[in-house]
Design a protein around this ligand. Structure first.
Ligand SMILES: C[S@@+](CC[C@H](N)C(=O)[O-])C[C@H]1O[C@@H](n2cnc3c(N)ncnc32)[C@H](O)[C@@H]1O
Length: 325
């Protein structure tokens, strides 16, 4: 048999595997399940204790085009239902991460969703391990309060014996090569040469117009945010579930690192984009912002950072912060 025939057989095998690799219903063998419908219907298909990680950013009940605005009480009831089913499918060593911002009442009152989610999860028997602050520079500019520039990720576990891999998510120290210069340890590294713990404040750009991952979805989260959770809280082959998957950012983060994924969304067009993105991720062709890329810092010399000359006399208590054109 010639080499060419071997190659052809391999290709056919790959094509066959790829066709069943993304499924519309949960199958333990598929690389990704992208379910069209309500999150509870998908969760019902997943057996007890099957998921290593459940990570999501649910609707915030703020009137986005994919949600119906409900009373705050009714909204919390839906969240409770999702969380209860999620806990059922969570493995004893597993983690649940709920990424939330604020619900804003009609009169502008702010309701930090993590406070409410925390209470629900505590009643469901989960234990909080970190309240991660995800901070970013861009977003709406508020007129009657300070502009919101962070959201939170509540990380819970089901038991005290949970997966936590710190090494894959370490970040460089400020002085990475620093060594002890005297004493018994002289010459040895004074800090972990693999890097330091990234801490619980994560600065990661949110997905706005010029972000490489931007799709038509109004509120997708960045893949690198989920990648950190996937790497730290699961092992290869584990199942990562997102009950509100949108355009599939969670599934991309999971399959990029050899984990299986499952998620639901009620909007067919988002799932179509999700399928395309997951397929590219599986083929190693997904365009994304790589984990750990430094944040771009504009310098005062950049034209865009300068105040126009005719506005330079506007009262400011911090004129030194602005260059003028
Ligand atoms: C904040 S977005 C999640 C975006 C996602 N993290 C991403 O990066 O694409 C919330 C998603 O929940 C979906 N959704 C709303 N109600 C749902 C339901 N009952 N079941 C499943 N998905 C739902 C919306 O269509 C929306 O895409």
């Amino acid at each position: 048999m010639g080499i060419g025939i071997h190659w052809l057989e391999g290709e056919q095998e790959l094509a066959k595997r790829n066709s069943c690799i993304i499924t519309g219903h949960y199958e333990s063998e598929s690389a990704a399940t992208l379910f069209h419908g309500d999150r509870l219907q998908l969760l019902e298909e997943i057996p007890d204790a099957a998921a290593g990680l459940i990570v999501t950013s649910p609707p915030y009940n703020i009137g986005k085009k994919y949600e119906r605005r409900l009373s705050f009480g009714d909204y919390l009831k839906l969240q409770r239902d999702t969380l209860r089913e999620s806990v059922r499918i969570l493995s004893p060593k597993g983690s649940l991460c709920w990424e939330v911002g604020n619900h804003i009442g009609k009169d502008g009152e702010v309701f930090p969703l993590d406070i409410f989610v925390y209470r629900i999860c505590k009643r469901l028997g989960l234990k909080l391990r970190n309240r991660i602050i995800w901070t970013f520079d861009h977003g709406l500019h508020c007129r009657n309060r300070l502009s919101g520039r962070y959201e939170t990720v509540l990380w819970f576990t089901k038991t005290d014996n949970y997966v936590f891999n710190l090494d894959p998510i370490r970040v460089p120290q400020k002085y990475p090569g620093k060594k002890y210069f005297k004493g018994e340890k002289a010459g040895q590294y004074s800090c972990n040469p693999l890097g330091k713990n990234p801490g619980d404040i994560w600065t990661i750009p949110n997905v706005k117009h010029n972000h490489v991952e931007k799709t038509s979805h109004p509120c997708q989260f960045p893949i690198e945010l989920v990648e950190r959770l996937v790497l730290a809280l699961t092992n290869r082959g584990d199942l990562v579930v997102d009950p509100y998957i949108g355009v599939g950012s969670t599934a991309c983060a999971a399959v990029l690192h050899g984990r299986r994924a499952a998620g639901a969304d009620t909007v067919a067009s988002y799932l179509q984009i999700a399928r395309e993105r997951v397929k590219r991720a599986l083929e190693g062709e997904l365009r994304r912002r790589p984990l750990g890329r430094p944040i771009y810092q504009p310098s005062p010399n950049d034209r865009i950072a300068r105040r126009p000359e005719n506005l330079s006399r506007v009262d400011s208590v911090q004129p030194h912060l602005f260059a003028t054109a």
